[in-house]
Ligand binder design. Structure first.
Ligand SMILES: Cc1cc2nc3c(=O)[nH]c(=O)nc-3n(C[C@H](O)[C@H](O)[C@H](O)COP(=O)(O)OP(=O)(O)OC[C@H]3O[C@@H](n4cnc5c(N)ncnc54)[C@H](O)[C@@H]3O)c2cc1C
Length: 458
């Protein structure tokens, strides 16, 4: 009983702490970065969110963002801007509206989907318009090396930039994280794995008979799963996933644009032999091939060619025990934590942990930079690790035996009013709480994941 009371007390304390940190009221006094130089490596959604939020809290901070990419990617995937992501973007008045200005709604999920390129372009222009006096963005400039002791980086243009604080917002293949892990393997303990899943996206122009807000599933023996998603201002984007045994660079049997066209046309048919329920077939409710519709699919040659030649994306599972180095480096977003895209919470988690970092940088009395960054690690790892673990839920739907075992656990939580998806849209529930509520299910999923995962090699 004492132990129970003690547990409740610490939970209350923790909730209080998280609530306290969640407050986004503008800071009035000095922060730990007032008048200092912060270099953000990576102009993805998380790096840009940091620039906007930190500038809003403290306009004296000097922020320079380096982004190695320039042009538009032909087959960019769409990011679902769910409740949690919108909640964090709303920290800065006008940012959420700007971010989803060029979006298409997935009707069945009722969330806006934004092309990743459009999202970062919109966010960059917002940051420069609103905070251009203290924020700079260097497009096409890449961080090549870091001197952690002298607090400087060298870019691909040969420029040396001194920093007071370096933010690694350089994505899941973060060079900065890799350098820290090599430098101090005892301090930075990384669990980095690849799931057995490859993915690519394909842009399609407007189709004659596919609804604007489509979430249509794709079925074909060459892929494990896929969806037709909406794309703004018009058209669609297909997201295809396949496993190793179905190919590495492209799904099995897909070598030319003609192969790809045929596969997509088959996968978009309304009825398909794969996925036909034998029981329904036995009852005469489903007839397989004989009911295939002859859908006409319109393609864009440039998108097909880019699809074939692009490298396939991988699903990462990344946890690292520490998100900061001394008093001068912090990892944010996918460079600190990464997960598969099933629950669509990767970016939302990145914004959440960045929000925690900014709150820590506001600084309480007598806090040093090192203490603030260490607090960031303490608070952000808890939530991000929980969300990364929750993303393993995809293993509950792999194989009939697993589904049978998982189903009662899923139903039980739903009956208790704690269905996973319902909890994920409730922004007041921390990820750590949702992970706790699904402990047994996640344990089962982890066992399956550990059997199938591969260690990540650079
Ligand atoms: C198919 C798919 C669907 C997804 N769907 C969702 C979703 O619906 N909702 C959601 O919340 N999340 C989703 N995610 C996850 C989301 O995309 C990521 O979590 C998010 O993009 C992470 O943002 P980031 O800024 O941390 O990293 P990134 O988006 O990876 O950006 C990192 C940036 O750093 C740049 N960079 C890298 N190295 C350097 C360098 N050395 N110098 C300069 N610049 C550098 C890169 O060019 C890049 O622009 C999805 C992911 C995938 C793969």
């Amino acid at each position: 009983m004492m132990m129970l009371k003690k547990g409740c007390c610490s939970l209350l304390l923790l909730l209080g702490l998280v609530r306290g940190l969640a407050s986004t009221s503008p800071s009035t006094g000095k922060t730990l970065v007032s008048g200092k130089k912060v270099v953000v490596v990576g102009g993805g959604p998380v790096g840009l969110y940091f620039a906007a939020l930190m500038s809003q809290k403290d306009p004296t901070v000097q922020i320079e963002i380096l982004e190695k990419r320039t042009g538009k990617s032909v087959n960019a995937f769409g990011l679902g801007v769910g409740h949690r992501m919108q909640n964090r973007l709303n920290d800065i008045p006008g940012l959420c509206e700007k971010a989803i200005e060029i979006s298409a709604t997935v009707e069945s999920l009722n969330i806006p989907l934004v092309d990743r390129g459009d999202l970062t372009r919109q966010m960059s222009s917002f940051v420069l318009d609103k905070f251009g006096s203290n924020c700079q963005l260097a497009l096409g400039e890449e961080c090549d090396s870091v001197d952690f002791e002298n607090k400087s980086i060298i870019t691909n243009t040969g420029r040396t930039i001194q920093y007071d604080l370096l933010l690694a917002a350089d994505g899941v293949n973060s060079k900065i994280r890799q350098k820290l892990v090599e430098k101090e393997p005892e301090t930075f303990q990384e669990q980095h794995y690849l799931e057995n899943s490859h993915w690519k996206a394909l842009s399609l122009p407007k189709q004659p008979d596919i609804g604007k807000g489509s979430f249509k599933p794709l079925r074909h023996p060459s892929i494990a799963s896929g969806r037709v998603l909406p794309k703004a201002p018009e058209g669609h984007v297909l997201l295809l996933f396949w496993r190793d045994e179905h190919g590495i660079d492209n799904p099995m049997g897909i070598e030319t644009t003609e192969d790809l066209k045929q596969m997509i046309t088959d996968a978009m048919r309304d009825k398909n032999t794969r996925g036909v329920n034998p029981l329904r077939k036995l009852l005469g409710l489903e007839q397989g091939d004989s009911h295939k519709s002859d859908r006409v699919v319109v393609f864009e040659e440039a998108a097909l060619e880019a699809f074939i030649s692009q490298r396939a994306g991988r699903s990462h599972h990344l946890k690292i025990n520490q998100y900061h180095y001394q008093d001068s480096v912090a990892l944010i977003g996918d460079s600190a934590h990464a997960m598969n895209s099933l629950l669509g919470q990767g970016c939302a988690t990145g914004l959440e942990s960045t929000h925690t970092l900014v709150q820590c940088l506001l600084g309480e009395e007598e806090t040093t930079m090192e203490k603030a960054l260490s607090r960031y690690t303490e608070l952000a790892t808890k939530e991000a690790h929980a969300m990364t673990e929750l993303s393993l839920i995809n293993y509950a739907i792999k194989g009939p035996l697993t589904i049978l075992k998982a189903l009662p656990l899923i139903l039980l939580n739903m009956l208790r009013g704690r269905g996973l998806l319902k909890r994920l849209v409730d922004i007041s529930v921390p990820f750590s709480q949702i992970a706790k509520e699904n402990k047994s299910l996640l344990k089962m999923c982890r066992r399956k994941f550990e059997k199938q995962r591969r260690a990540f090699a650079n």
